[in-house]
Design a protein around this ligand. Sequence first.
Ligand code: NCD
Length: 323
Amino acid sequence: MPQQNSPAGQSGDFPPFAQRHLISIADLKQHEIIDLLDRAEQMIAISRQERKSLPTLSGKTQINLFFEPSTRTQSSFEIAGKRLGALVVNMSVKTSSVSKGETLIDTAATLNAMRPDVLVVRHSAAGAVELLSQKVGCSVVNAGDGAHEHPTQALLDALTIRNHKGTLAGLTVAICGDIANSRVARSNLLLLGALHVRTRVIAPRNLLPAGIENLATEVFTDMEAGLKGADVVMMLRLQHERANGKMIPSVREYYRFYGLDEAKLAYAKSDAIVMHPGPMNRGVEIDPAIADGSRSVITDQVEMGVAVRMAVLDALLPARNDA
Ligand code: NCD
């Protein structure tokens, strides 16, 4: 076990991390996922100290390149980089409707010339972050690409679950709502699957992605059946912006059948925790009383987010002696 309370100014001993980029959970081996969660554990301790800093990224430049608006994820990466001593620059880019491909590659070349050490990228197109990683000379972290992946979200979710339940082994995690459009669901299914955690997805038929039966998860269209015996209830936002046309007949009907309220939460285990990646549509997928209630760990997820992103940056950018 790694040391949990390393003194300030020193990160614990971990073997070198073999990956240069973090594009997708699918690229990580089981031991690499556990390594990142263990590193994040140390970062929680550091973030709870009065002096919340480590010098591991001092002298390095991190550029947050967000082609899609984001408050939570961008500030989380910004705080993570700053706590590790990096120079952090935020760039929000509005994609031109004309030639998105060209814009992306041009932007990559421009930023690359500024010699950053890491680019943290969010883009509305699946695959855009990987493409960009092939055009630059630095590490690239995927902060969400279309409906493809959001790896740091899955890592922070796993860390939150592990800390609340003590372990991930033997748990049943139910992911509910707009699975079809969710990069969060996809990354979580991959991560939990790699750690042999039992997963279920619960959604109306039209919000389940094609081919879901082929993934190692149980599929439900009914909340009562799907939540029965669940240790973790993970709610997802209805992704209006990614839906082509109308997703649901009415918000009221969606809430009635799929919104998490007291009555539906009662189907899960009595000690089940409630999660949501944010931003929440209160009264659409979740009752505000549940979101703010004692079973909710939603603000813990935000805290774990900073720790996980510190861990990822620390792992991808090891301190090297410039000879
Ligand atoms: C998620 C995202 O952007 O994929 N949110 C986030 O990272 N804070 C989930 C969502 O948008 O619903």
